[in-house]
Design a binder for this molecule. Structure first.
Ligand code: NAD
Ligand code: MG
Length: 389
C-alpha cells in the first residue's frame, strides 16, 4: 500500500555527516518510498562524490569552493548539477523539486538553508538543533505561516513527538528529557581539568559527529535540547526537566495532566528517529535489532550534577532569559568546542568561554533575524578573543 504512493523526494543537507550517512542508509533500505534529490557537504568531496554516484541526486553542493572542480569533473558523466559555496545551500534549499529536507548540517551554519526550506513549506526532518536554539521563535512562526511541518530527528524530541501522536487535545504537564551523562558521568572537576579530545569524543552509547559528542560530554547538548524542546512543543521552561539515564534506552518521557507518563524506548540508534521523521505519519518496516529486556536487567535514573557540568545551568539560564541569549550561548559554545577539538583550550575552559561571552554580549529581548545573525557574530568574535584565536 505504501509502495503505491509517489516517492518522497529527499534533500539531505549535511549528507557526509553522521546523520547524513545514516539517512542514506535508511533511504537505501526503502528505495520504493524515497529518492534522493539534493546532497550537500562542507569539505568532504570524496564521500560526496561516492554518495552522488550511488544515489544520483538532481543537485549537489560542496560548500568549500576549492573542491568544486574536483566534484564537477568526477560527476561529469552524470546529469547531476554541481554547486559550490555557502549561498548555494540557500539556493538549493529553495528548489521546488524536493519534498523533505533532512536538516543534518551541524551548528549555526544549518540555520539559513533550513529557514529557506521552511519558507518553501517543505517537510523538515530536523536534526540541526542549533536552528531552534538560535532563532526558535522566528523558525516556528515561519513554519506555522508556511505550513511547514517540523518533525524532530533528535532522539529525545522524536520520542516526545511520538508520544504526542493522538494527544493533540491533551495539554502537556511536563516533559522529561533523558541524558546518558556522556563519557564523564560521575567525574569531578579535578578529573575533567585534564581530559583530552580523544577521551571526550568517546560516547558510551551513541556514535555521533565531533561537535555533538563534545556537547554530550559537557552536558551542553542536553541544555541545547531543553531549548529545542521549548520551541518544538511550545513549553515553558518550568515544564522541561532532565534526568540522567545512563543506558539511553528510554529516549524521553511526556507527562500529561492526569499524571500519566508516556515514554518511547529502543536501542540507541539514530536510524529509527531518522526513518520515523521522513516516513511520518507511517511507521516503516525494518530489520533493526529488536529490543531485548534481558540485556537490561536494570535501568538507572539520577539527577544531573549541575555543580560539575555547569554548561547545563548556563543553558537553563538562557532558556529562561529568552531573547538572544541562547543564540549567544550557542555561538560561544561552537567556538569553544572547536578550540577544544584543536587542543587549544581545556575541557573546563569550554564553560568559562561560554559564561564570559553571555555576560559580555548585550541582551536583546525581542531580536529580529538580523539581530540573531549580529549576536552570533559578536559572540563568536568575543569568544575567539578570549581564546586568543
Ligand atoms: P557531523 O559533524 O557528523 O556532520 C555534519 C555535516 O554538516 C557534514 O555533512 C558536514 O559536511 C556539514 N557541515 C559542517 N559544517 C558545515 C558548514 N559550515 N556549512 C555547511 N555544511 C557543514 O554532525 P552530526 O553528528 O551528523 O550532527 C548534525 C546535526 O544533527 C547537529 O546539529 C547535531 O546536533 C544533530 N544531531 C546529531 C545526532 C547524531 O547522532 N549524530 C543526534 C541528534 C542530533
Ligand atoms: Mg539528542
Amino acid at each position: 500500500m505504501l509502495g503505491d504512493m509517489p516517492k518522497k523526494r529527499v534533500a539531505i543537507f549535511g549528507s557526509t555527516g553522521s546523520i547524513g550517512t545514516q539517512a542514506l542508509e535508511v533511504i537505501k533500505a526503502n528505495k520504493e518510498l524515497f529518492e534522493v534529490e539534493i546532497l550537500t557537504a562542507h569539505t568532504n568531496d570524496e564521500l560526496l562524490i561516492a554518495q552522488s554516484l550511488e544515489f544520483l541526486p538532481n543537485a549537489v553542493v560542496v560548500v568549500d569552493e576549492g573542491k568544486y572542480e574536483k566534484v564537477k569533473s568526477a560527476l561529469s558523466s552524470t546529469a547531476i548539477k554541481v554547486f559550490a559555496g555557502e549561498l548555494a545551500l540557500e539556493e538549493t534549499a529553495s528548489f521546488d523539486t524536493y519534498d523533505v529536507m533532512i536538516a543534518g548540517i551541524v551548528g549555526f551554519a544549518g540555520l539559513k538553508p533550513t529557514l529557506k526550506a521552511v519558507e518553501k513549506g517543505k517537510i523538515i526532518a530536523l536534526a540541526n538543533k542549533e536552528t531552534l536554539v538560535v532563532a526558535g521563535d522566528i523558525v516556528m512562526q515561519k513554519a506555522l505561516e508556511n505550513k511547514a511541518p517540523i518533525i524532530p530527528v533528535d532522539s529525545e524530541h522524536s520520542a516526545i513527538f511520538q508520544c504526542l501522536v493522538g494527544e493533540s487535545r491533551n495539554p502537556i504537564e511536563r516533559i522529561i528529557l533523558t541524558a546518558s551523562g556522556g563519557p564523564f558521568l560521575g567525574k569531578k572537576p579535578n578529573f575533567l581539568v585534564n581530559v583530552k579530545r580523544d577521551h571526550a569524543l568517546q560516547h558510551p552509547n551513541w556514535s555521533m559527529g565531533a561537535k555533538i559528542s563534545i556537547d554530550s560530554a559537557t552536558l551542553m547538548n542536553k541544555g541545547l535540547e531543553m531549548i529545542e524542546a521549548k520551541w518544538l512543543f511550545n513549553l515553558n521552561p518550568s515544564q522541561i526537566e532532565v534526568v540522567i539515564h545512563p543506558q539511553s534506552v528510554i529516549h524521553s518521557i511526556v507527562q500529561f495532566e492526569d499524571g500519566s507518563m508516556k515514554a518511547q524506548m529502543g536501542y540507541p540508534d539514530m536510524k529509527l528517529p531518522i526513518q520515523y521523521a521522513i516516513g511520518f505519519p507511517n511507521r516503516l518496516k525494518n530489520d533493526f535489532p529488536r529490543f531485548d529486556f534481558k540485556k537490561y536487567p536494570s535501568m538507572n535514573f539520577e539527577e544531573p550534577d549541575y555543580k560539575t557540568f555547569r554548561n547545563l545551568g548556563l543553558a537553563i539560564e538562557a532558556l529562561k532569559a529568552g531573547g538572544n541569549m541562547a543564540c549567544v550561548l550557542n555561538a560561544a559554545n561552537e567556538i569553544a568546542v572547536w578550540a577544544f577539538l584543536k587542543n587549544r583550550i581545556g575541557f573546563l575552559d569550554i564553560t568559562a568561554v561560554v559564561e564570559k561571552t553571555i555576560e559580555a554580549v548585550s541582551f536583546i529581548k525581542h531580536p529580529t533575524l538580523q539581530d540573531y545573525f549580529d549576536s552570533d557574530a559578536e559572540a563568536r568574535n568575543f569568544a575567539a578573543s578570549l581564546i586568543k584565536l
